[in-house]
Structure formats: structure tokens, C-alpha cells
Design a protein around this ligand. Structure first.
Ligand code: UD1
Length: 428
């Protein structure tokens, strides 16, 4: 298993290219199941989760053709001319919860789908009951058998008024995809407003779907009989952007994030600015300057978009661990999303957790240590802490990082970080 070694303490300077959003791509790829024509996605990130989704779609019968290996040049054609299998097996779903996003498109196009129940994961129980309820309202018969969700409908799904009792990104995406081919009108209230949901909706419109209210909490969909192919560019990754913004801030550096979109980052920019970091738009992206900053603690509460994203909570906690003064970080989206806390504490951070809140008291300097990641964002927070720490940090279980960050060590090293990947069996 690969590890990452970091010798901390170097302020980052330079430019980092931001890739397409993992979470947008993971919803856009299954949208290909809605049509027998080719969906072409550009700016596709090169990540383990994308490969898992590609494998899942391939076993449903999707023909995938990839061109280019980097950034905007990475183009994927997905052709679901014929769907040969409507089962998403345990082995793939267990590896990645977003696999459940094939459920809505499969049942809408084929009238049936069997998807393994995702089960627990490192950041909590994460049920899919709201996905299932929405599909049921659209006429799908849902049964749970032997660990699998079975969804069937005779003929087409029908429009429905879906009111989500709680904001769910994946639930909104599944319902939205299913509604595009349903008979009649579907209204989704309390829909997730995350930019990745809007990205999916724009792509569906390019495929011939009729959707109003994109970007708002009410989506109105007029179902159509068929969708067609389209070419669509994946939105830049706001979480990758935020993570590198914290890398610049935590090392008191100055970095330009090329291709980043400031307009998708409101809540994160506000927190960074409140901490004393200068964030500005440039011709090509976003500049993060902290070389003269006196970083001060600030309170953070995770919320659905446009609030502060839960996927940035661990990274900001690493930054707050090095800030002057205290900060309170409250997690409202997922239970059990403080697994990075004991690892950060092993690096000298002073953190107390009370239920869903963590009180972080900044220390002048973290110290390097061997640490272990438990999920994607937790692992990047440990890399960030390592960049700022005195001495050597080894981050174990790097496969979590590879799920969501493309060439992380290359991008950071290009800005002066002393970071390298140790391959399995390599000497330490
Ligand atoms: C997506 C993102 C993930 C992000 C999360 C919240 C992808 C691939 N993943 O995950 O990175 O952290 O949004 O922004 O896009 N819930 C239920 N029942 C359901 C569905 C959700 O109770 O049927 C709960 C969850 O347990 C959680 C909350 O709703 O507490 C939000 O989850 P949701 O927005 O659905 O997250 P994901 O779509 O899984």
C-alpha cells in the first residue's frame, strides 16, 4: 500500500491546475444510461472513483472510450446503446457509494434495476431511504432482498411531487435523472443546490431534458420520451480548489489555482477571509495569498450548499489547528465525521470534541508523525497538516487520497512542497 512522505515547513508558491469535479463526474457518468446515443464528457478527472464508476457502467453494457490523459484533454465517450445487465453488484457498490446513482437512470430506461445496498461507510450510516422513496413516488416498486434494492416499474415512471425532508445530493440526482424520462411533470422540493447537481441538470438539458429551476431548491421536470447524446464539460472541482487553498494558507504561501471558479466557493472564501487569508480572482482562476497573513481562528458550521461544505471540514480543521486563538467546528451533515481528530492530535493539535462540535485551540507549530487516513477528506487534511508540521509526516493508506485527488504529490511538489509517494515495498 502506498504512503506519502512529507517534510513540512515550506511555504507553497506557484500554480496548481484544478481538475473537473469528482462529485459532478460521478453523477454525469450514469446519466449516459438514459440514452442510446453517446454522451461525451470533457475535463474528466483521473481518479480511482471515476475508474470504479467506469467499471460499473461497463458491466451494464456501456461502451467507454477514453482519449487524452490529463485535464481538459481527458475526454470520455459513454455509449449505452444497449443495456445488457441491470444489476449493480455488491463488490463495486461497496467500494463507492455513488454507485447507487445508476438506480434512477436504469429503472427509468429499462423498467428495472437491482443495486446492492451501500451499507455503512467510514463517515456514518448514510442510508439511501430518500432515494428509494422518491422513486417509489414516481411509480417504482421497491423491494429489499438479500442486500439488494430491487426497483421495477411496468412501462414508464410517472411524474410526482417529491418533497425531500432533508437535503440530499445523491437523492436529488437520482430523482432528477429518473424524472427526465418519466411521464408528466415532476417537482422536486427542497432539492440539493450543490453546483454538482446543477452541473448534472445542465448536462441533462443538453441531452434534451426539460428542467426548470436549475440551481434553486425547486426543480421542475417535464418528462420526455427519449434523450439524445451530448458533449458536456465537467465543472471545476470546488473541493479540490478549497483543499489547495488550505495548502497555501496552512504553509503561509501564495498560490494561484488555475481553472478554479470563485463563484462556487462563497462559504469557503468567507471562512478563509475571516481567518486572514487573501482570496482574489485572477484571469485564469483564483489566487490564495497567506504569506503575510496572521491566521486567526474562526467558527465553522457545515451546511448544505450554499453553506460551508462538509467535504471541506477536515481541511479547515487542520488550518485552525495552526491558527491563533480558538475555533468551534460543527458538523451537521454526517455523524462520525471527526475521524481525523485523533490523527491531528498525534501531530500536536489541541482539539476537544463534544458531540457534533470540535473546539480547536491553535498551536504555533504542529509536529510530523506517522498518521493513518480513514476517508478521503480526512486523508487530505493529514497531508495539509504535514505540509505545515515540523519534521517528517508519513500518511498511510493513501488509496483514500487517490479516490479524489489527482497527482496530489506532483501538484504540491511543483509549488515547493517536499513531498513524495512511497510505493509498496519502497524503503522509508
Ligand atoms: C454527496 C457527496 C459527498 C458529500 C455529500 C454532502 C457525491 C458522490 N458525494 O454525498 O462528497 O459529502 O453529498 O454534501 O456527490 N441521507 C439520508 N437518506 C438518504 C440520503 C441521505 O438520511 O436517502 C442523509 C445522509 O446520511 C446525510 C445527509 O442526508 O446525513 C446528506 O447526504 P447526501 O447529500 O445524500 O450525501 P451523498 O449524496 O451521499
Amino acid at each position: 500500500m502506498d504512503r506519502i512522505r512529507i517534510a513540512g515547513g515550506t511555504p507553497l508558491r506557484g500554480t496548481i491546475a484544478i481538475g473537473g469535479a469528482k462529485n459532478a463526474a460521478l453523477a454525469l457518468m450514469p446519466a449516459c444510461l438514459l440514452t442510446d446515443e453517446t454522451l461525451t464528457l470533457t475535463n474528466l478527472p483521473d481518479l480511482a472513483d471515476i475508474a470504479t464508476m467506469a467499471n460499473l457502467l461497463a458491466q451494464h453494457g456501456v461502451r467507454l472510450t477514453l482519449q487524452g490523459d490529463r485535464g481538459a484533454d481527458r475526454v470520455l465517450d459513454l455509449a449505452a446503446t444497449e443495456i445488457i445487465n441491470t444489476t449493480a453488484p455488491y463488490d463495486l457498490v461497496r467500494r463507492m457509494r455513488a454507485s447507487v446513482l445508476v438506480l434512477g437512470p436504469l429503472v427509468a430506461r429499462c423498467g428495472q434495476a437491482r443495486v446492492s445496498l451501500p451499507g455503512g461507510c467510514a463517515i456514518g450510516t448514510r442510508p439511501v431511504d430518500l432515494h428509494l422513496k422518491a422513486l417509489e413516488q414516481m411509480g417504482a416498486r421497491i423491494e429489499l432482498q438479500e442486500g439488494y434494492i430491487s426497483a421495477t416499474v411496468n412501462g414508464r415512471l410517472h411524474g410526482a411531487e417529491i418533497v425531500f425532508p432533508q437535503v440530499t445530493v445523491g437523492g436529488t440526482e437520482n430523482a432528477l435523472m429518473a424524472a427526465t424520462l418519466a411521464k408528466g411533470e415532476t417537482i422536486i422540493s427542497n432539492a440539493a443546490r450543490e453546483p454538482e447537481v446543477a452541473d448534472l441538470a445542465h448536462c441533462l438539458v443538453a441531452m434534451g431534458a426539460r428542467i426548470e429551476g436549475i440551481g434553486s431548491d425547486t426543480l421542475t421536470i417535464q418528462g420526455v420520451e427519449r434523450l439524445h447524446g451530448a458533449r458536456y464539460r465537467v465543472v471545476p472541482d470546488r473541493i479540490e480548489t478549497g483543499s489547495y487553498a488550505v495548502a497555501a494558507a496552512i504553509t503561509r504561501g501564495d498560490v494561484e489555482l488555475v481553472g478554479a471558479r470563485l463563484d462556487l466557493m462563497g462559504a469557503v472564501v468567507k471562512v478563509l477571509t475571516d481567518c486572514g487569508v487573501t482570496v482574489s480572482a485572477t484571469e485564469n482562476g483564483v489566487r490564495i495569498a497567506a504569506d503575510r497573513a496572521d491566521i486567526v481562528g474562526t467558527d465553522i458550521m457545515t451546511e448544505p450548499y450554499p453553506g460551508f461544505p462538509t467535504d471541506m471540514q477536515a481541511q479547515l480543521m487542520a488550518l485552525m489547528a495552526t491558527a491563533g486563538g480558538a475555533s468551534m467546528i460543527t458538523e451537521t451533515i454526517f455523524e462520525n465525521r471527526f475521524m481525523h481528530v485523533p490523527e491531528l492530535m498525534r501531530m500536536g493539535a489541541r482539539i476537544n470534541v463534544h458531540n457534533a462540535s470540535a473546539i480547536v485551540r491553535g498551536v504555533p507549530r504542529l509536529s510530523g508523525a506517522p498518521v493513518m487516513a480513514t476517508d478521503l477528506r480526512a486523508s487530505v487534511s493529514l497531508v495539509l497538516a504535514g505540509l505545515a508540521a515540523e519534521g517528517e509526516t508519513i500518511v498511510n493508506r493513501v488509496y483514500h487520497l487517490d479516490r479524489g485527488y489527482e497527482r496530489v504529490e506532483e501538484k504540491l511538489a511543483a509549488c515547493g512542497a517536499r513531498i513524495e509517494r512511497l510505493h509498496d515495498g519502497a524503503a522509508e
